[in-house]
Design a protein around this ligand. Structure first.
Ligand SMILES: [Fe+2]
Ligand SMILES: [Fe+2]
Length: 194
């Protein structure tokens, strides 16, 4: 089967559209976090946004291997749920990542295998793994924001200012960096997978 005539081409176009949306949504949520003084949370979201852009690129490149295609009609979901409430934005984003990693991309991968596109199936499966990491990261950040542990721990830990590199070991991250004067939001996140 030629990719041009396959369901996999449709799935690639859906994945491309979904990744472009995800990229934009993470940039929006990052702006919300930074607007609340949570610079490093914003940077974590920027890093996810960059991943989504490169996912978009790999799916786009697979489509482009067919040569020029005037248009691909697709049906997709376009929810508009982002608000200024960071916690609900993180929850919605984690839910989307969960759906991508457990159902959407594995389904696309199986269909690509059936149609004889092993390389594309592999890309869907590799992307699903990354989306699972995104989901865990988003949940971790959301949990830390909810239980107050983002910059406060029951026993001393090492905190590092991401602007000047100053490190200190304490229960709580300094509200103002004693070396450069940066606010607490610039202190490096302590994440469960790092
Ligand atoms: Fe992605
Ligand atoms: Fe993702």
């Amino acid at each position: 089967m030629e990719l041009k005539n396959s369901n996999t081409l449709q799935n690639l176009a859906k994945a491309f559209a979904g990744e472009c949306q995800a990229n934009a949504r993470y940039v929006f949520i990052s702006e919300i976090a930074k607007g609340q003084g949570l610079q490093e949370v914003g940077c974590a979201l920027d890093a996810i946004a960059k991943n989504e852009l490169f996912h978009a690129k790999t799916f786009y490149n697979a489509i482009a291997s067919c040569g020029e295609i005037p248009n691909i009609e697709i049906n997709g979901g376009y929810p508009f749920k982002e608000t200024t409430d960071l916690l609900s934005d993180l929850k919605n984003a984690a839910d989307n990542e969960y759906n991508e990693s457990t159902s959407i991309y594995p389904g696309f991968a199986d269909e690509a295998d059936k149609e004889g596109f092993a390389d594309i199936a592999n890309r869907f499966r590799l992307a699903a793994k990354v989306e699972d990491c995104h989901m865990k990261l988003l949940c971790d950040i959301r949990n830390q924001l909810t239980d107050g542990s983002l910059y406060k721990r029951p026993s001393p830990v090492k905190w590092k200012c991401e602007n000047c590199g100053h490190e200190t070991t304490a229960n709580e991250a300094p509200e103002i960096c004693p070396l450069c004067g940066s606010k607490q939001g610039y202190v490096k996140l302590i994440l469960s997978d790092s």
